[in-house]
Structures are given as structure tokens and as C-alpha cells.
Design a binder for this molecule. Structure first.
Ligand code: SF4
Length: 302
């Protein structure tokens, strides 16, 4: 049942993890994919980017194997996910791009056990690599860290155009349910002009039904000289996204009533009400219709 990508034996993190946890799917964040379900999450060590603000700095920069304490085969991961009542397995914490062989085998084992697979990634990968990694994946949250090539080059060590191509590929050429996250950093990527171009691109190139999460920055890693993102900035980002045609714009890492509620784009009824990462009320029909006006709400709901 394994997909032979070659090079598996050269992947030193294969079968080893920096930790496992059971999280709500909302924490990935995915708001339009099996809301309220639990996800068995794991990651390894290292990353192919070097974001100065990385919240998982100790994991993403780890070079030694001491980080990799837990050992588990793909089949053991799937079995543990089932045992803990999870509906999905998530490849997360560091970027699964760098442990593609392990993630793909775990996803195939998960699928064989009736489980879904989720990738949380910065999307900095070649087209061939993307085809390998996302082949057995059901849902993804991809960072769009900025809409400025200079930001990508200087702050992350990556390239904006590569990430945009991966987002287009996922939305238009695969069945992977895709959501996008932008960490809004004061003074770096929070100008109305940049947020306007970013949200215009998401609505125009990916479509208005792709959920966009604006997440609050908190000082971390090599970026401790900037303040926490003000709530007013996040609200402005949401307003810009909605004005540019996006139907689902969420606020994350912040306590904002309504910031994580899925609202019907037709009649504005609150359909999935969340407090923090918990779902308090779910009114959508199993096939994703608003019970009030019959509007279809994009996502995988059942
Ligand atoms: S891509 Fe994610 S895990 Fe990797 S350095 Fe950037 S923020 Fe950290």
C-alpha cells in the first residue's frame, strides 16, 4: 500500500517524530473541513524556510536527532489516530514538505484505515514535489505570508511566485480542500495596499469561496522587536478581504467575538459558531446548505 517516492531510506526523519498531539481541526486552522472533529497531529524536525517570526523555532531549526524522540511507522500513526477518535491525521508543526516520503506513507496508511489527511505548509515546493506530497491529501492550510517578493526573500528565505503557483495548483488541479493563512505582522505586511492586493489575488485567482485566515502576530524567534498585531488591524484586513469579494474571512490568534464564526454568504446567518477552537453550534446541513436560505456553503462538511 506504500507509494514508492524513492529516497525514502535517505530521509533521516522517516518514522520519527518531534511529538504527537490530538487537536481540534480548527487549530490547523481549517474551518470548512469537518468542523469540530479531532485531528492526530505530528511533525518532525527542520524546515525548508527560515522565517524570522517562526513560532516553532526550536523544531524548525533543529538539526540534531535529539528532537526526534517518538518513533512510529505510518501504520502505527493511523492506528493511534483511530484509537484516539480522530477523523484525520495532520502533518504539521514543521513543514511536511521536508518529510514528504513519511507524510505520504502515513497518508496512505490513514486512508486505508478510513481516515483523512491534512497538510499544514508554507507551500514552498516545486510542481513535481507538490504532486508527490498532495497526491493522498484531503485538505491543506497554506501560508501566504505576504504579497511582496521582497518579504519572502528577506524574512522567510523563500519565493512568493512559487507559493502562488502551489496555491493555484491545489485549488484548480486537485481535489484538496484548501484554506489560506496570512500572519499579519505590524509594519511588515499590514498595509491596506498590500492586504488589498493579496485579497484581490485570492478572490480572483483562487475564487471567493477559499477561506482566508488573518492571524495575529506575537513576538517570537528572531522577531521580538515588533508588537502584537492590534485587533483594529485584523478587523481592517477582514474588511478589505470582504470588500474584495471573499466570502469567508476569519481572524485567528485573537479573542474577537464573531471572528471565527462561519456566516452564510446569502442571508448572514451564523452557521458554525466557534469559541476559541471549540465548535459551540453547527447548523449546516450535511451537504453544506444553509438551513435558512438554502445557500451552498463551500467546504467538506460530513
Ligand atoms: S515555514 Fe513555518 S515552520 Fe518553517 S520556518 Fe517558516 S514559520 Fe517556521
Amino acid at each position: 500500500m506504500r507509494q514508492n517516492l524513492g529516497g525514502k531510506l535517505d530521509l533521516t526523519t522517516y518514522g520519527r517524530s518531534s511529538g504527537f498531539a490530538v487537536d481540534p481541526v480548527e487549530k490547523k486552522p481549517l474551518y470548512h473541513f469537518l468542523p469540530g472533529s479531532d485531528v492526530f497531529s505530528f511533525g518532525t524536525a527542520g524546515c525548508n524556510l527560515s522565517c524570522r517570526f517562526c513560532q516553532n523555532w526550536d523544531i524548525s531549526t533543529a538539526r540534531d536527532m535529539d528532537r526526534l524522540m517518538a518513533q512510529a511507522t505510518p501504520e502505527e500513526i493511523a492506528a493511534a489516530a483511530k484509537r484516539t477518535g480522530c477523523q484525520s491525521v495532520a502533518y504539521t508543526y514543521n513543514d511536511p514538505i521536508i518529510f514528504t516520503e513519511y507524510a505520504v506513507d502515513a497518508a496512505l496508511a490513514a486512508r486505508a484505515d478510513g481516515l483523512y489527511s491534512i497538510v499544514v505548509s508554507a507551500g514552498y515546493i516545486t510542481p513535481a514535489g507538490a504532486a508527490d506530497l498532495f497526491g493522498p491529501i484531503d485538505a491543506a492550510n497554506i501560508d501566504l505570508k505576504s504579497f511582496e517578493p521582497e518579504f519572502y526573500r528577506k524574512i522567510t528565505g523563500g519565493r512568493l511566485d512559487v507559493v502562488l503557483d502551489v496555491l493555484r495548483y491545489l485549488v484548480h488541479e486537485t481535489t484538496v480542500w484548501t484554506e489560506v493563512t496570512t500572519l499579519v505582522i505590524p509594519g511588515l505586511n499590514d498595509s491596506p495596499s498590500e492586504l488589498g492586493r493579496l485579497t484581490e489575488w485570492v478572490a480572483g485567482e483562487l475564487g471567493p469561496d477559499v477561506p482566508l485566515h488573518f492571524s495575529a502576530f506575537h513576538p517570537a524567534a528572531r522577531m521580538t522587536n515588533r508588537p502584537v498585531t492590534p485587533l483594529a488591524t485584523l478587523r481592517q484586513a477582514r474588511d478589505i478581504g470582504l470588500a474584495n469579494g471573499l466570502r469567508y474571512v476569519y481572524l485567528g490568534n485573537v479573542a474577537e467575538p464573531g471572528g471565527s464564526v462561519t456566516v452564510c454568504p446569502g442571508c448572514r446567518t451564523g452557521l458554525v459558531v466557534r469559541f476559541g477552537y471549540q465548535v459551540a453550534d453547527q447548523r449546516l446541513t450535511p451537504d453544506g446548505l444553509c438551513p435558512e436560505c438554502g445557500q451552498t456553503v463551500a467546504g467538506r462538511w460530513a
